[in-house]
Design a protein around this ligand. Sequence first.
Ligand code: ZN
Length: 300
Amino acid sequence: MLTLESAVYSFDKNNAPIAHAADGDIVRFITQDCFGNQIKTEADHEDDLDFTHTNPATGPLYVDNADAGDVLAVDILDIQVADQGVMMTLEGYGALWPTCEVRTKIVPIRDGYAHFNDVKWPIAPMVGVIGTAPDGEPVPSGYSFNGGGNMDSRLIRKGATVYFPVRVPGALLAMGDLHATMGDGEVCETGIEITGEVLVRVRVIKDFKLNWPVTETEDFWFVNTNGRTCDIAIRRGYEEIQRLVMDAYGWDATDTTFYLSAQARLEANQAVLDENETDEEGDTFRVGVPKLSSKPRLIP
Ligand code: ZN
């Protein structure tokens, strides 16, 4: 089995692949935390960070036979995390920053639980940064875009499959930024940031149009989108899920809109509510519909 360890700091068609995989291969990605493993204790703060080495994404992996216009399916087979995670307030960031002080919090992980002050909860490890390379300008791996990146969906966990548009030969898959748990919205801009490893299977679906990444869970399909404002991000999600449902179910736009209005889910991936200048800095959302056994899959 392939094991990948070295990281890049952008999704970039010019990043040299560190390995090649065939359609159907299982690959292990060993990942640093979003701070590049620089924060070790509660005495370490934002000022101690070298920001050129934050949000590392392990990869990129070149998947043979994946070409522009295809879709790369990534089955998340397993996620293992370390025995300690870190949370941090970042000066000036997040809706609640005005009420906070600069603080680093180490969160021990023991027996499958995150231990926080005098409470604990079960971990639910997820992949924050995951994506394929854009065909245009590079995107820093701390940002999100229509090929994925820092989408921060807590549904990208063991058992899920994530589908990505392939825009360059080989797709150039990279991932990192695991969280032991993350709340929807990730209001302070960090979940329980943690090192670990992700076991995935990569599959190529030839000639299928996808404008944004899609997460398939046990019972739902979710389109993941971003935008400079929440309105823009959510609108993109509605438009893409409408297109996918129309194509799969053979309904027109109006009936599909009725269906979404009656059955869709709209959830926040990351919604920290900062003012943004670009889409890539913006918040990320997911819009979903239930999987129906009587209808075709949204993605074959
Ligand atoms: Zn993170």
